[in-house]
Design a protein around this ligand. Structure first.
Ligand code: PBG
Length: 322
């Protein structure tokens, strides 16, 4: 035998030399769930190890994560039904607990990178990402609401806005509005190829944000399609997105690769709630090793072409690196 591929696997030092991909804590964004009040920390049932925090405890959690090297966070609010309405008006109420919390986080930790979702669902009594009329999700009417929400978030110091609603034209609409109002430095990480996925289940538990009727298939993409992701990516780039995101990650590694091969901007992937819960549920049964599964998952997302990974594993990963 002339060729023996096993020679390059013979020891850890040699394996390290030939290793092509690695994940760094610098690549990670840690999603966090916020609830109103003080001294509250409630575990999400379907996501062992992940909590909803009130702002005081969230600041502590962020501080702890920063000591582990995590510098980027994506904060999601859980609103009680009583504060939801059809037009998501709480999303741009300057006195709302979410916007006040974002401001507090940036005041306390100006050096961290703060990301926030732009979509109506956490604030909408219909539980949809867009405005509902007669059972339909209205595209252009939704843009105005997303615009107000974006300005309110930029105002309190959010570094990266993440439009996750999948309405047409929203990136350009938001970009123009930000520029007109002096927020030229506020970045946009577009949820470019966001699929109508079963893997968002635990997240909707965490926020009590499941749609009240129907599903999200008229705006989120069909899991059967890949070429459509190129249309979305073209538009988002043209409209001014700084990053393109693929979501979920694991069942869509081909889409990550497709976008990373074709677009020069950084590609992000959202390793979503259901992907986290699957690993945790299997590990709780001793069916697999959670730590090894996590490392393999993060590596595969990186290998497929994502530079940035939004993941609930961020803290666990960071702890392992210490
Ligand atoms: C809201 C939003 C969702 C997620 C991020 N932003 C859920 C959805 O679209 O229904 C999912 C994240 C996860 O599952 O971890 N627009």
């Amino acid at each position: 035998m002339q060729r023996r591929p096993r020679r390059n696997r013979k020891s850890e030092s040699v394996r390290n030399l030939v290793e092509e991909t690695s994940v760094s804590v610098k690549d990670l964004i840690f999603p966090l769930f916020l609830i109103e009040g003080q001294k509250k920390q409630v575990e999400v049932n379907s996501m062992p190890g992940i909590y909803r925090y009130s702002i005081d405890l969230m600041l502590k959690e962020i501080e702890e994560c920063m000591k582990l090297g995590i510098m980027s966070f994506d904060v999601f609010p859980a609103y009680p039904e009583s504060l939801k309405d059809q037009i998501a008006s709480e999303s741009y109420n300057p006195e709302t607990f979410y916007l006040k919390a974002l401001k507090e986080i940036k005041r306390k930790f100006p050096e961290l990178c703060l990301m926030s979702d732009v979509a109506m669902d956490p604030y909408s009594s219909d539980g949809h990402d867009g405005l509902v009329k007669n059972g339909k999700i209205l595209n252009d009417e939704t843009l105005a609401i997303l615009g107000k929400m974006s300005l309110a978030q930029a105002e309190v110091g959010v570094d990266i806005l993440g439009p996750s609603d999948m309405m047409d034209g929203r990136v350009g609409y938001i970009r123009n509005l930000l520029d007109e109002n002096g927020f030229k430095e506020t970045s946009i990480m577009s949820y470019t190829a966001k699929y109508a996925s079963a893997f968002y289940g635990p997240f909707r538990d965490a926020l009590d944000s499941a749609p009240k009727f129907g599903d999200k298939k008229t705006y989120q993409m069909n899991p059967a399609n890949s070429r459509e992701a190129l249309i979305e990516a073209d538009l988002d780039l043209e409209e001014g997105a700084d990053f393109l995101m693929v979501k979920p990650a694991l069942s869509y590694l081909d889409i990550i690769k497709l976008l990373s091969d074709n677009y020069p901007v950084p590609i992000a992937a959202y390793n979503v709630s259901g992907e986290y819960s699957m690993v945790k549920a299997a590990a709780a049964n001793d069916w697999l090793d959670s730590e090894r599964a996590m490392l393999e998952i993060l590596l595969s997302i990186k290998r497929s072409g994502a530079k940035i990974i939004l993941t609930y594993f961020a803290k666990e990963f960071a702890r392992l690196q210490k």
